[in-house]
Design a binder for this molecule. Structure first.
Ligand SMILES: [Zn+2]
Length: 328
């Protein structure tokens, strides 16, 4: 059965729909299921084939994905992450005028939109039903939609900025979503997105063990070049790209290294989210050693992340595009 899938010559691309995938490798999910990754020869997307079933996605997105308590992570980690997110939000929002309309697709618990509101902009968010959306609803002054972005949700040229923070790779209709975004972004407005970089050094080094692969939640990946091509084809120009993230990239390497040595993936990550034994019954000594490895080697992996970023091969990327004026 597995052999048949690996030699499948008609693996249909999740992004462009062409049946021209080449098998890359297979990776296990958090729940121990195997998923197969293919590379499209038409648009160069990497994608899971077959795509996960509704049941597999429901299992992968069970509420504890977002953490056991109020926040995704425990204590000081959340505090540090929030400092990163606040800085990133302020930097990005400097591009928009006062009272700009900002749409965050896949807004999670609304943390980015909270900063949007603090900066005097008007925040709009879309999120699937669940605990995260309930948390977002407690933030005042936001306009939230439960569900997915649909073609008639907003008027054309509505937004000064549309953002997708680590959301694009989760989309079930990514091409349609890009088309809608192109329509609802004002000329001169911005599209900002961050996502894992399948063409990074860490992805190529660790393959199936790569932390940011995250099967089956990440349905597909576009590397920087094909992604820039897709967005510029829809009337945008690239204005900024960044391949360094202290929040994402050193940890991406560290967890990938641990994955290669472990029967289960992402045990440290799950433990940092507050799941006892990493959700897999690992001893507290084992978890403590993993945390010590994480902290002790962080400077080394931060330095390696700087190197991969300098080469344009960082483990994650943040790209900002500006919508062209209509007659320009
Ligand atoms: Zn394709």
């Amino acid at each position: 059965m597995t052999q048949d899938i690996k030699t499948e010559s008609a693996a249909v691309c999740h992004f462009c729909g062409e049946p021209s995938g080449t098998y890359m490798y297979s990776a296990r999910s958090l729940h121990g299921k195997e998923f197969h990754l293919y590379r499209c020869s038409a648009c160069r997307a990497a994608y899971l084939f077959p795509q996960p079933s509704d049941e597999e996605l429901a299992e992968a997105y069970a509420d504890d994905y977002y953490g056991e308590g109020e926040e995704k992570f425990s204590g000081w980690i959340e505090t540090v992450l929030n400092a990163f997110r606040r800085r990133r939000a302020r930097t990005v929002l400097k591009r928009t005028p006062a009272e700009a309309k900002v749409l965050d697709i896949g807004c999670g618990n609304g943390m980015f939109l909270k900063y949007v509101a603090e900066e005097g902009r008007r925040g709009y968010g879309i999120e699937l039903p669940g605990k995260s959306l309930e948390r977002a609803r407690r933030i005042p002054s936001l306009t939230l939609k439960e569900g997915k972005l649909e073609p008639d949700d907003f008027e054309p040229d509505s937004f000064d900025m549309v953002t997708l923070w680590h959301v694009f790779e989760h989309l079930d209709k990514p091409r349609q979503t890009l088309d809608i975004i192109s329509g609802i972004t004002k000329p001169g407005g911005y599209l900002a997105l961050s996502l894992p970089n399948i063409d990074s050094w860490q992805a190529e080094r660790w393959k199936a063990d790569w932390f940011h692969l995250d099967p089956p939640r990440h349905l597909f990946f576009l590397g920087p070049e094909p992604l820039i091509q897709q967005v510029t084809d829809r009337g945008f120009r690239l204005v900024a790209k960044n391949f360094f993230s202290l929040e994402q990239n050193p940890f991406g390497m560290q967890q990938s290294l641990l994955n290669r040595r472990s029967a289960h993936r992402d045990v440290l990550f799950e433990a940092l989210k507050g799941r006892p034994g990493g959700g897999r019954g690992y001893s507290s000594l084992n978890i403590t050693l993993q945390k010590l490895f994480y902290m002790g080697t962080f400077p080394l992996f931060a330095a390696l992340s700087l190197c991969e970023a300098a080469a344009g091969r960082g483990g994650t990327m943040e790209l900002i595009f500006q919508k062209l004026e209509k007659d320009g």
